[in-house]
Design a binder for this molecule. Structure first.
Ligand SMILES: Cc1cc2nc3c(=O)[nH]c(=O)nc-3n(C[C@H](O)[C@H](O)[C@H](O)COP(=O)(O)OP(=O)(O)OC[C@H]3O[C@@H](n4cnc5c(N)ncnc54)[C@H](O)[C@@H]3O)c2cc1C
Length: 423
C-alpha cells in the first residue's frame, strides 16, 4: 500500500505581523519559500517601543527598508543622554564615536507607521498577509512536530493551515510559549512601566533634537523621553512595581506622581499638554525556556523581553528574524526541519542577549556606575558603546563581561535549552 502525503499549503506560517514577523517572512519569501503572515489586528495599530538603535541598520538595509525610513518623517536619532535626578546632564553618547558613516544614526519611529511600513514591504515582496486573523493554536503531529496552525479570521470560521515551519512572532502574546508552557520569569528583572504622550514639549537644538534622553529617578528608576513626529514626545517611567505602585495601584496616579516629582523632566514639559491616555505594564520581563523545536521557532518578543533601558527590543526582533530566516531556509532546502537544524541561530543570539542582560543588571545595581567603570577600564569604553548600539551578536565580548564582573555581581545564568545544530 502506498501512502500519499498531502503537501503543506505553505512552507512557512508566521504568527504575528509586527517587525519580527514581517522581516522573517520577507527574507524567506525572497528565497522562494511560500509564506503567510497571520496578524490578529487591523493595521495601523498602536504599539509601544519607538526608539531604534543603530545596529538595526544592517538588517533594515538587507530588507530594503532604508530608503523608506530616509523618506519618512521620523526624527533622526544620533545619540543618548543621561540626566541625574538633580538635573546634571551627561554629554550625549553620539553613535558616531564608534560607527562611521550613515549607520551612526537611526530613527525614533511611530510604531503605527513603522509596523505598516514593514508589513507592506513584506506584501510587496510576495508574502501573503492576512490581517484580522488570529492564530488560535499551533497544530503538532503525532511525533510532536509543528505542522500547521488553527487560524480564525474575524467574523469567519476557524481554518487549519498546514505548513512545514511555524514561526511564532506573536510578541507578548507568546502563542507557542503559552501553549507549551515554556514561559518563565527572568530572575532579578521585574520592572514595571507606565507611559503616555505629550504634544508641544521641548526639543533640543540641532542634531540633538532626536536624541533619547534618560532621566534618572530614585531607586534606580528612570524616564524615557523620545521625540516623535508631529510635535509629540513619548514619556514613560520604568521602576520596580513595589516602588511605582507603593502608594496607589493605578497607572494614572503612579504616572502623574512621578512626572510631577521629576524636576528636570518637568522643565522639558513646561509648555506641553498630555495627548493620550496612560498605558502601563506591571511586569515586563519574561523569557521562554526553549525557543526552537521540531517544525517551529520563536523570534522577537515571542521569545523573550527583558527591559527597555537600552532600546534593544526592535533590534532583537529584527536580528532574530534574520538569523532564524537563515536557519529556516537551510532547513527547508535540506528537508530537515528538526529542532537541531532550526535552532542553529539560538546560541549566537542568546550569547548576544546575555551581554545585554548583564548590562541591564549593571544599570539597576545601585553600587554600579558607568562613569567609574569606564574610568577603571578605559579600554572597554568602545565595547560599552557597542552594547548601547546593539553590536553584540556573533561578537566576542568576553573581555567586557570579565571587566563588568569586577564591578557588579554576575546574575544567575539564563539558558535557552533549544537543541543546537549538530555539524
Ligand atoms: C514599556 C516598553 C518600552 C519599550 N521601548 C522600546 C524602545 O524604545 N525601543 C525598542 O526597540 N523596543 C522597545 N520595546 C520593545 C518593543 O516594543 C518590542 O521588542 C517589539 O515590538 C517586538 O517586536 P515583535 O515583532 O517581536 O512583536 P510585536 O511588535 O508585539 O508584534 C507582534 C504581533 O503579533 C500579533 N499577534 C499576537 N498574537 C497573535 C495571534 N494569536 N495571532 C495573530 N497575530 C497575533 C500582534 O497583534 C502584533 O501585531 C519596549 C517595550 C516595552 C514594554
Amino acid at each position: 500500500m502506498s501512502l500519499t502525503v498531502t503537501p503543506a499549503a505553505y512552507d512557512v506560517v508566521v504568527i504575528g505581523g509586527g517587525p519580527a514577523g514581517a522581516a522573517a517572512a520577507t527574507f524567506l519569501q525572497r528565497q522562494g519559500h511560500r509564506c503567510v503572515v497571520l496578524e490578529n489586528t487591523q493595521f495601523p495599530r498602536y504599539h509601544i517601543g519607538e526608539s531604534l538603535i543603530p545596529h538595526t541598520y544592517g538588517t533594515l538595509d538587507r530588507l530594503g527598508l532604508l530608503p523608506k525610513l530616509r523618506a519618512s518623517h521620523f526624527p533622526v536619532k544620533h545619540s543618548v543622554r543621561f540626566v541625574s535626578p538633580s538635573g546634571e546632564e551627561s554629554d550625549p553618547f553620539y553613535f558616531s564615536e564608534t560607527i562611521e558613516g550613515d549607520g551612526a544614526r537611526t530613527w525614533q519611529v511611530l510604531r503605527s507607521e513603522f509596523d505598516v511600513l514593514c508589513l507592506e514591504h513584506a506584501r510587496e515582496n510576495g508574502v501573503e498577509v492576512r490581517t484580522q486573523t488570529q492564530c488560535q493554536t499551533v497544530i503538532f503531529d503525532e511525533a510532536g512536530q509543528a505542522c500547521g496552525v488553527l487560524a480564525k479570521p474575524r467574523g469567519g470560521e476557524a481554518e487549519e493551515i498546514s505548513c512545514r515551519v511555524v514561526i511564532d512572532a506573536s510578541g507578548r502574546s507568546t502563542v507557542i510559549g503559552s501553549q507549551l508552557d515554556l514561559k518563565t520569569d527572568v530572575a532579578g528583572l521585574d520592572k514595571a512601566a507606565v507611559w503616555s504622550y505629550y504634544r508641544g514639549a521641548k526639543r533640543r537644538p540641532g542634531i540633538d533634537a532626536g536624541e533619547t534622553t534618560v532621566f534618572m529617578i530614585q531607586d534606580r528608576g528612570w524616564f524615557w523621553y523620545i521625540p516623535l513626529p508631529n510635535d509629540m514626545v513619548s514619556v514613560g517611567v520604568v521602576a520596580s512595581p513595589e516602588y511605582l505602585f507603593a502608594e496607589d495601584s493605578d497607572f494614572e496616579a503612579a504616572y502623574s506622581r512621578e512626572v510631577a516629582k521629576c524636576g528636570p523632566l518637568q522643565e522639558m514639559l513646561t509648555a506641553a499638554t498630555r495627548d493620550d491616555r496612560i498605558h502601563g505594564l506591571r511586569r515586563m520581563a519574561y523569557r521562554n525556556r526553549q525557543t526552537a523545536g521540531d517544525g517551529w521557532v520563536m523570534i522577537g518578543d515571542a521569545a523573550a523581553f527583558l527591559d527597555p533601558i537600552y532600546s534593544s527590543g526592535l533590534f532583537l526582533a529584527l536580528a532574530s528574524a534574520e538569523l532564524a530566516a537563515g536557519c529556516i531556509h537551510d532547513a527547508l532546502v535540506a528537508d530537515d526541519v528538526s529542532a537541531q537544524r532550526l535552532g542553529g541561530f539560538t546560541r549566537p543570539l542568546w550569547n548576544g542577549i546575555e551581554v545585554i542582560r548583564r548590562l541591564i543588571h549593571a544599570f539597576y545595581d545601585p553600587s554600579f556606575s558607568f562613569h567609574k567603570f569606564v574610568e577603571r577600564y578605559p579600554e572597554q569604553r568602545s565595547a560599552l558603546i557597542d552594547c548601547l548600539v546593539g553590536d553584540v551578536v556573533e561578537k566576542d565580548m568576553s573581555g567586557f563581561l570579565e571587566a563588568l564582573a569586577q564591578m557588579t555581581p554576575v546574575p544567575q545564568p539564563v539558558t535557552d535549552t533549544s537543541p543546537e545544530i549538530k555539524v
